[in-house]
Design a protein. Sequence first.
Length: 131
Amino acid sequence: FLTVCGYPFRLNEFAHDDTREGFTHMTTIHKNLVTGVLLIEEKHEMLISFDVSESEVNHDFLNGMSGGPIVNLMPEASDTKLAGIAISAGDNICRFYPFFAIYPAIREYQQCSCQIIDPLSDLTNPDLVGK
């Protein structure tokens, strides 16, 4: 079993009316866990199927959880491992990047190059002005 973890928009709506002075909006944070089973499709695409574990999981049900961790469920909590990162969901499945595919990028992050692609970054970040 694999569990998608995250903060879907449907449970974390923003309130704009009843906020404290100096704030534009607020929300109460609600984490959601949705459990399914691993499917490996053609071309080794990895999916989580919710057909046997949840009634109906559509895009709106998981919208906002992209980028959230996927973890395996084990009898002993200490055996739980990161299995991947959620990409997208709908039609009772969730696509994800498997951890083994992204681990090298995480491990080598200090050696990666950095390129700023925001055309307005020099106007909003005083540290970048004149570079």
